[in-house]
Every structure is written in structure tokens, then in C-alpha cells.
Write a protein that binds this ligand. Sequence first.
Ligand SMILES: Cc1cc2nc3c(=O)[nH]c(=O)nc-3n(C[C@H](O)[C@H](O)[C@H](O)COP(=O)(O)OP(=O)(O)OC[C@H]3O[C@@H](n4cnc5c(N)ncnc54)[C@H](O)[C@@H]3O)c2cc1C
Length: 198
Amino acid sequence: MVMMSERAVIKRHPERAVSDEAQEILARGLVAHVGFSQGEQPFVIPLVYLYDLAKPDRLYLHGSLASRTLKHLASGSPVCVTVTTLKGLVYSRSAQYHSMNYESVVCFGKARVVKDGGKKAKLFERLISRYHSGRVAGRDYEPPDNQQLMATAMVEVQIEEMSAKARRVGPLGPHDADPDAPGTCGVITFDEMVVGTR
Ligand SMILES: Cc1cc2nc3c(=O)[nH]c(=O)nc-3n(C[C@H](O)[C@H](O)[C@H](O)COP(=O)(O)OP(=O)(O)OC[C@H]3O[C@@H](n4cnc5c(N)ncnc54)[C@H](O)[C@@H]3O)c2cc1C
């Protein structure tokens, strides 16, 4: 069970807290922004990730053995992993009320290296099938050999606590409910955005 302390309490727009959805949002997300500090310098690096609802208190990250990020995570230092999914662009009749619809999760935890070769190989398979559903090692692609496995670092982030927040409403400006007010308002959904770029 993941506990929650002060650092994971949503203070701004607490009505948008969706703690009970945190695991599903992590399972749906695609890109993890991984934050850590080295000395006085914070870094936030985008990575793919593996998250499984069957083991909801951990997630997995991988990269080259030479990666500064992976080396740092392997040291067990604190890490913050954020996953955001953009759902819509919100436009309002008032400048101040333009916004975005989203769902996001912020996880706090510490990482440790996955050393066991067999476990690592299975995690790589699951990582690929998470992004490419239905692809099977040995049928659709050649599994990594030992040398490739050894050259890739895999870390397990033990999630100590996490928060989840979502905005899922239309524009909230003072004139947005009045169809006769000047200007326009609405929401461009993610699907419309994707179609719009074609
Ligand atoms: C969507 C996405 C998924 C990715 N998934 C993975 C993954 O699963 N595993 C993996 O190893 N790599 C992944 N990458 C690449 C990753 O972001 C890093 O570039 C890479 O891991 C090297 O990390 P490093 O700590 O060794 O970087 P270094 O090269 O040591 O970083 C040095 C500096 O380079 C800059 N930098 C590094 N990465 C980026 C970046 N992505 N964009 C802009 N500037 C950058 C920063 O200023 C950083 O301080 C992904 C990138 C994206 C965009």
C-alpha cells in the first residue's frame, strides 16, 4: 500500500485530485519525466517506462549503462517521476481562463538496479509489449542476447507515494456560460488535435 505525506498532497485545485485513479493513469501513460538532483542542479529527463497494475508500487526505467540518468538512479538517490497525458486544449472568452485538460501523476521514490538476467529479459519483453501490444519475442522480433542485456541498465523505482490530478471540464471564464457574450470558447479534444495536424 502506497502511503501519502505532505509532499504528495494536492493543494492547488484540490477538487481535481483523483488519487483513486493514480494507478490507471500510470498504466495508460506513455512518457515518464524523471526528475533528480545532482548537487545543486536539478534534471528532468524523458524516458519510456513499464508500469503494471498487478504490481502498482513500482515502475521500471531502462537505458544505456553509460547514461548519466541511469547511473544516478542506480545509486538509490531520491527520484520524482511524472507522467502526464494531454486530453484537450481549453479556450475561453477571457485570456486568463485558457487552459488544458489533462491527467497526471507525480511519484516519489527510490530506484534500485535489476541485476537478475532472467528478470531483466522478461521486463524488456513486457516493456515492448506495453507499447506494441501483441508483439511476441521470438516471433515478431529477436529477443536481446546476453551482451545486449548486459549493456542495458534496468532500474526498479519503488514508489513511496504518489498523487494524481486531472482537469476534465470546459472553460471556466466569467463569460463562458453566456452564448451571447463576445468571443468564443470551447475544448479541442486530443483526437481533434491529432486530426488537425494531418
Ligand atoms: C519520449 C522519450 C523517451 C525516451 N526513452 C528513453 C529510455 O527509455 N531510455 C533511455 O535511455 N533514453 C530514453 N530517451 C532519451 C533520454 O531522454 C536521454 O536523452 C538519454 O537517456 C540519455 O540520458 P543521459 O542522462 O545519459 O543524458 P546526457 O546526455 O548525459 O544528458 C546531458 C544533457 O543533455 C540534455 N538531454 C538529455 N536528454 C535529452 C532529451 N531527451 N531532450 C533534450 N535534452 C536532453 C540535457 O541538457 C542533459 O542535462 C527518451 C527520450 C524521449 C524524448
